[in-house]
Write a protein that binds this ligand. Structure first.
Ligand code: IDP
Ligand code: MG
Length: 140
């Protein structure tokens, strides 16, 4: 069983799509192994996206991610990392396949509704960045 970090971004919360997104994960065979609502501080968002700190969109991305609440989740299942990336679709919603979460719920390239870890290394880092061991199902 693999674990991955998922974030429902502020635009999808504003648009009332939390249930639609979680329901989709469950239908696709992923389990919600941890979940919490939070409002990220600037420091927490910057640390999360540290790999992008030299990119021109970094400041705007951090502003967006701190513009409202987010829902942080750990998804668990077979091949959870790649399965979640497939369900999400391409980063740019204009390039995302029909039926993917980003095609359905993104507002823009930046406000693209969901985050998902992109490798086992990033999943490990991202899950432990937001969750203590005793907050994750199977580890209570
Ligand atoms: P990913 O979320 O699909 O892994 P990344 O390249 O890691 O995509 O970018 C992280 C996030 O930064 C994206 O999900 C999106 O919100 C934002 N982003 C990526 N590229 C751009 C851009 O060119 N302009 C504005 N925002 C961007
Ligand atoms: Mg990424």
């Amino acid at each position: 069983m693999e674990k991955t970090l998922s974030i429902i971004k502020p635009n999808a919360i504003e648009d009332n799509n939390i249930g639609n997104i979680i329901s989709r994960f469950e239908k696709e065979g992923l389990r919600i192994a941890a979940a919490k609502f939070t409002h990220l501080s600037k420091e927490k968002a910057e640390g999360f996206y540290i790999e992008h700190k030299e990119r021109p969109f970094f400041g705007s991305l951090v502003s967006f991610m701190t513009s409202g609440p987010v829902m942080l989740m750990v998804l668990e299942g077979d091949n959870a990392i790649m399965k979640n990336r497939e369900i999400m679709g391409a980063t740019n919603p204009e390039e995302a396949a029909e039926g993917t979460l980003r095609k359905l719920y993104a507002k823009s390239l930046e406000a693209n509704a969901v985050h998902g870890s992109d490798s086992p290394q990033s999943a490990e880092r991202e899950v432990s960045y937001f969750f203590d061991t005793n907050e994750v199902l199977g580890r209570f």
